[in-house]
Design a protein around this ligand. Sequence first.
Ligand SMILES: NC(=O)C1=CN([C@@H]2O[C@H](COP(=O)(O)OP(=O)(O)OC[C@H]3O[C@@H](n4cnc5c(N)ncnc54)[C@H](OP(=O)(O)O)[C@@H]3O)[C@@H](O)[C@H]2O)C=CC1
Ligand SMILES: O=C(O)C1=N[C@H](C(=O)O)C[C@H](O)C1
Length: 269
Amino acid sequence: MDRPGIVVMGGSGRMGRMLCEVIAASDAARLVGVTEAPGHPWAGHDLGEMLGGATNGVPVTDDPISVVANAQAVIDFTTPAATLAMSDILKGSAAAHVIGTTGLSVDDIARLDRAASRTTIVRAGNMSLGVNLLTQLVRQVAAALDEDYDIEVIEGHHRHKVDAPSGTALMLGEAAAAGRGVALDAVADRGRDGMTGARTRGAIGFHAIRGGDIIGEHDVLFAADGERITLRHVASDRSVFARGALKAALWAQGKNPGAYDMLDVLGLR
Ligand SMILES: NC(=O)C1=CN([C@@H]2O[C@H](COP(=O)(O)OP(=O)(O)OC[C@H]3O[C@@H](n4cnc5c(N)ncnc54)[C@H](OP(=O)(O)O)[C@@H]3O)[C@@H](O)[C@H]2O)C=CC1
Ligand SMILES: O=C(O)C1=N[C@H](C(=O)O)C[C@H](O)C1
């Protein structure tokens, strides 16, 4: 079979550029197009040109329909609005939708779950192997400890990040809540400020640091009287996310429509 053709959305973004590099270097897939937001200055140009090199025949376009027709997968690390718009476009296509976009609302996620009845969707707030393994460890530790251990999720990202808590922090919070057998919504305590009162037993706290060029750092703290455990992941290169997304796009080939995540892709469920 031919190498699957992949479209990258938002090719000039931080993750978009990294995805283009990782796919271009891969023997398992080929890049068939790059999309940008309507009216973007790079629309109508060639990806090679956009990356500062020779032309490479990969079109950069603000007309996603024109490139999706040639694709077996679309990799999407953009914004919630762009992700939902692509989901609608993919109604008429067999291409898989690999979604790394974070900051999606509960309604957005419900829309994507409905779209999964006709599209193969792989979505994760973090596509690295390390973080997905960490979710399993967090779940296991949370299940082993009682509520004498206060759980706090602390995340740090670069100054450009627009959503908080991060998608990864929410994945880790979900894993901790699942280990405890509770719904995260019922126990989440996001970003305390002011006269908050004493900590609520059983709460799962979230705190976000934003600064400089931090790529992504996550700590899950289990703090009791007399001892603390910290489980930590540090991303030092965005390629870990891009490699995970490419793996997801390849894994999705031939899969039935449905809502999948990286635990499915990595065989960790
Ligand atoms: N799941 C994971 O493993 C990871 C997820 N992320 C998430 O990925 C997302 C993007 O992050 P990052 O790359 O840092 O952000 P950037 O802002 O650098 O990139 C987003 C890109 O999407 C583009 N875009 C916006 N609208 C459209 C559209 N309609 N069609 C095509 N492109 C569009 C933006 O263009 P313009 O600037 O012109 O609007 C921009 O280039 C975030 O939600 C982030 O949290 C990031 C890393 C890992
Ligand atoms: O915006 C980012 O950069 C990142 N976003 C993801 C998140 O929200 O968790 C993943 C990674 O930490 C980088």
